[in-house]
Every structure is written in C-alpha cells, then in structure tokens.
Design a protein around this ligand. Structure first.
Ligand code: DMJ
Length: 455
C-alpha cells in the first residue's frame, strides 16, 4: 500500500453541462495536451526518475519496490509523448532510459503490473521510436518474469517474481493477473521469433479455462498451485477479473488467435445470460455463483468495470456497451468524479475515492471510434472538465480521496498509468493526430499503443 497524505482541493465540483456546443475538436485537443504538460512538468520538476509524482508534497515515490525506481512514469508516457508530438520530451525520456533501464534488481515485482505497464510500455516505446534497446529491455524484463509461469504446476502464473533470482511467490491469484499478458507476450514472440512467451500465456489461459463451469462462467480468484478457483464468486466484468476478458478479445483481434475468440465468445455469452441486471432502466452486472449462475454478494460495482462498455461493444454487443456506458454516465452526472465503488441499486457511494481512474474515458474513446456518435465526445469532454476542475493542483493533478467534500479531498499521489491512459484517450478523440491510425489500432489494458502508430 502506498502512503498518501490528505489535503483539500481547490476546484469546483459542478458537472459541466453535457449538451450544448463543444469547443472545436482541435481546441479541446490543445486543452488536453496543455493539461498533460502541466502534470508532466510537475513530474519532471519534482519526481523525475522516480516511478510516480507526489503532487501535493512536490516529491516522488516508487511503485513496485519502495527503495528502487524503474522510472515507471517515463516508461508509461513514451507513446503518449509520441502521439502528442512532444518530441523533445520523448527524446529526454529515451536518453534517460538508455542509461538507467536495468531490471537486474534483487526485489519482488508484481508480474501483472510489470507486464501491462513496463513490458508493454517499452514495446510501445520501441514501436514509437524504433529504438532497439527498448525492445531488448522489454524482452529482458519478460524473461525475468517468465518464472512466474514456468515454475507454476498449473501454468497459471504466480503473482510475484524476484527479478534477479527468479524466485516466485504468492500462488493465490485472480483472473486479471493470470490472463492479461497475451498481447505483450504474443507480440514479443512475433518480434523475437521465440515462441516461449506466447506459449506461457496460452498455458495460463488453458489452466483457467479447464475450470470453466458447464454454464460457461468463471470464478474470480485462482490458486495457481492447485489449478482451481478459490471460492465461487464471479465478479466479471469487475476487477480483479476485468482484463482477463479484455485480453481474450485482444488475443483474437490483435493476434488472430482462434482459441481466444472461442473462449471470449463462450464466457461473454454466459456473462450476458446470467449477469446482466437492470435497475431503473440502467444496465449493470451482478456478482453470481459461477457454478450455478445464482446471484450472490453485494449489489456493488467499481469504477474499473466501466471499461467493459467498450469491450462488450467491440466484441459484438453494441447495445449492451452503450447501455452500460450510459449507466456510468449517470454516476458521472451525479458526482462529477466517479467514485471507486457504488451501490448500483441507487447509485449511492460505497467508496468515495478516485485514483485518477481512466476506465470511463477508455470506454468513451473506443466507443467514439467504433460509432462516431457525438455523445461520446461530449461525455469525454465532461469527464475532462470535471477532472480539471477538481483534481488540478499547482504541481500537476492529484488523486481524489473523497468526491463528496467541497472542495474534493485530494491525495498526494498521481498514478503513472494516467500518463498512458486518461490524457491519451482524451487527446486522440479530438486531435485527429497524424501519428495515430484511428481506423486500425490496438491498445493494451494500460493504454499502450501496440497497433496504430503512423509515422
Ligand atoms: C490500469 O492499470 C489498467 O487499466 C488495469 O487493467 C486496471 N486499471 C488500471 C487503472 O485504473
């Protein structure tokens, strides 16, 4: 757990009106780029070389190992800097990484986070710049994480690896941590000609899919030594199951892996059959027992599940995607910033924080390019305006500890993923970037562009 200090923010809490004329797309893109630069400059001034910015105290902190920095924010920002045409900044990042990137570290690193953030960030940086050492670093890190897979009796990966010794730890995992690597590992196998990365991902999927229930549902938590689910709750599409399904679709869409398509379809059909609930006309997903489909647990969802609006739409159910997006838009309207956990029966708050979460913007981004419906741009602009009004501080942006207070309570933390996600999604929706192919792209769960660069 990262330690955070509290302060009250200075911004207003009112939601922007959704309807009415938006500024011109180029104007909004410029605003988003300015705000990205505001927080990027805060990171450069107070935390350069650290993993993350602490914007209230004007300092830095580390994400994976308290005493060691990987320069995570630098890795996470590479492709965003490229599409925003911030070439001097990108060059400074490449120069820093050239002399600092080193994964020979005697420390335990969470495999899932390391893959989606750093293996992918370095890969994406390689695509953006053509710098071969970024690909080599991505591969080196993947090699150091592979023992999580190869030392597991089931093939589903342990959660942690020591990057120097290869010792693995924590067999009690979950779907997202087990199944969010096929995009990165599949691409590494393609780029290096070594099949071991893709094979590790597919073996992990197989370990889970062996346990699919007769009705097509999966549990959530998984013991990788026993090769079996822990408990029977299925929280999909919420965390910590979320990106398991995202990567099944990606395995098909980006890598054309037929088995991923079949698994995605089987699981999604079951999710839509057993998990959809409607309350006051809004569509949500309930937790069920994966063996029977019977409802269980609390009527709660986290903000992270809002990504599923884009996934289910891309996967062939645009109506469900639009309805789920609308459900979360109602939460945005009510609170200006979406709280981390809500009770979906009445939209009341269960957990009032928001760690600069990108999932709603992620859905707006993909749904915009999928449908070209103006409402997604309007909602994205509303999200952006509310973030700027409530989370902006002199040294950057800050996570929100409580969306109910006026002004909102802020935390001394800005997550590295926001350099990769929120601002990139918002910018690309409005910028018509000459460096991004909006007709043919694929981003990983952390917003890393793996397909769709234009030179
Ligand atoms: C990101 O690290 C990724 O999007 C992940 O899949 C879950 N969500 C966080 C940011 O909220």
């Amino acid at each position: 757990m990262r330690r955070r200090s509290f302060i009250h923010g200075v911004g207003a809490a009112a939601a922007l009106p959704l309807l009415g004329a938006l500024p011109a797309p180029k104007t909004i893109a410029a605003q988003v780029r300015d705000e990205f630069l505001h927080v990027w400059n805060g990171y450069k001034r107070f935390a350069w070389g650290y993993d993350e910015l602490r914007p209230l105290s004007g300092s830095g902190s580390n994400f994976f190992i308290p005493s060691h920095s990987f320069g995570l924010s630098i890795i996470e920002a590479l492709d965003t800097l490229y599409v925003m045409e911030l070439d001097d900044e990108l060059e400074a990042c490449v120069t820093w990484l050239r002399s600092h990137v080193d994964f020979d570290v005697d420390g335990n690193v969470q495999m899932f986070e390391a893959v989606i953030r750093m293996v992918a960030g370095l890969l994406s940086g390689y695509y953006a710049t053509g710098e071969r050492f970024l690909l080599d670093a991505s591969r080196d890190l993947a090699d150091r994480l592979l023992p999580c897979f190869t030392k597991s009796p089931s093939g589903a990966p342990y959660r942690f690896a020591n990057l120097r010794t290869g010792a693995v730890s924590d067999p009690k995992s979950n779907l997202a941590e087990i199944g969010s690597n096929v995009l990165e590992f599949g691409d590494l196998s393609r780029l290096t000609g070594d099949p071991k990365y893709l094979q590790a991902s597919m073996r992990a999927y197989e370990a889970v899919m062996k346990n699919v229930s007769p009705i097509g549902l999966l549990g959530t938590n998984f013991d990788v030594e026993k090769g079996a689910f822990i408990g029977t709750d299925d929280v999909a599409p919420d965390e910590p199951a979320d990106s398991f399904y995202e990567y099944l679709w990606g395995g098909w869409q980006m890598l054309e892996l037929q088995r991923c398509r079949e698994w995605y379809r089987r699981c999604t059909d079951a999710i839509l059959k057993y998990k959809v609930v409607r309350v006051d006309g809004r569509l949500w997903f309930q937790t069920v027992d994966y063996t029977t489909g019977a409802p269980m647990g609390k009527p709660e969802l986290t903000e992270l599940s809002s990504f599923y609006a884009e996934l289910v739409a891309k996967g062939g159910e645009p109506g469900v995607g639009a309805a789920f997006f609308d459900s979360w838009s109602a939460v945005l309207d009510r609170y200006a910033i979406i709280p981390t956990v809500i009770d979906y029966r009445n939209l009341s708050i269960v957990a009032p924080s928001n760690a600069t979460r990108p999932e709603y913007a992620n859905s707006a981004f993909d749904l915009w390019f999928l449908t070209r419906e103006q409402k997604y741009r309007a909602r994205a602009y509303q999200y952006f305006g509310n973030l700027r009004a409530n989370a902006r501080v002199p040294n950057g942006y800050a996570d929100i500890g409580d969306v109910r207070t006026r002004p909102m309570t802020l935390l001394d933390h800005f997550p590295a993923y926001s350099f990769s996600e929120n601002f990139k999604y918002l910018y690309l929706m409005f910028a018509d970037s000459p460096r991004f192919d909006s007709s043919s792209y694929y981003l990983n769960t952390e917003g890393k562009i793996l397909r769709g660069f234009k030179r």
